[in-house]
Design a binder for this molecule. Sequence first.
Ligand SMILES: CC(C)(COP(=O)(O)OP(=O)(O)OC[C@H]1O[C@@H](n2cnc3c(N)ncnc32)[C@H](O)[C@@H]1OP(=O)(O)O)[C@@H](O)C(=O)NCCC(=O)NCCS
Length: 165
Amino acid sequence: MKSAASLSIRDATDADEPWLIVASREVGGPMVVSQGTAYQLRDYPSLIADSEAVPIGFATFRIEGAQAELLALAATEQWQGTGSALLAAVETKVEQAGCQRLMLCTTNDNTDALRFYQRRGYHLKALNAGAFAEVQRIKGMTGQIVGQHQIVIRDELVLEKPLRA
Ligand SMILES: CC(C)(COP(=O)(O)OP(=O)(O)OC[C@H]1O[C@@H](n2cnc3c(N)ncnc32)[C@H](O)[C@@H]1OP(=O)(O)O)[C@@H](O)C(=O)NCCC(=O)NCCS
């Protein structure tokens, strides 16, 4: 795990855009589809995790009234504490903006993310069975997509965490 001294979190700037486009491959590209709606990540605020001034992860979120949504979270090297630090920073940020809950969507194949989020206070809120077909339609993808752990991606899972605000 990275030491707190080598990991720092900051707001993304326009200068991060090229890196963010490449890094967004980890979450399926710069357009994210959540519950049938497409979001271009560049249109929303992002936080960047740096290690010794080199970006190693990002989180993108949006705020809608009292609810915030985590649109994307990714670490270039897994299991080193980057995702945890970014998630905590997003929670603090949206809490300060008055949000009462933070929700996110993931897919049935992403069992690592399901573990990660549940261990950090997120509860399963909904299962949108078969929703990946709509994601594929919006993204112009055809055929079966094999995701993590060789699992075919079919479904969307919605998770949510109540915040203190
Ligand atoms: C999911 C993701 C964001 C987590 O970020 P991360 O920086 O890897 O996570 P952290 O290092 O902060 O935390 C790792 C956790 O996983 C555990 N872990 C360590 N090795 C692991 C492994 N091989 N498999 C699964 N979990 C593991 C750690 O013990 C820790 O869990 P705990 O603190 O609850 O015990 C990151 O793995 C990632 O970028 N995944 C690809 C993109 C993605 O799926 N994003 C989420 C889309 S919804």
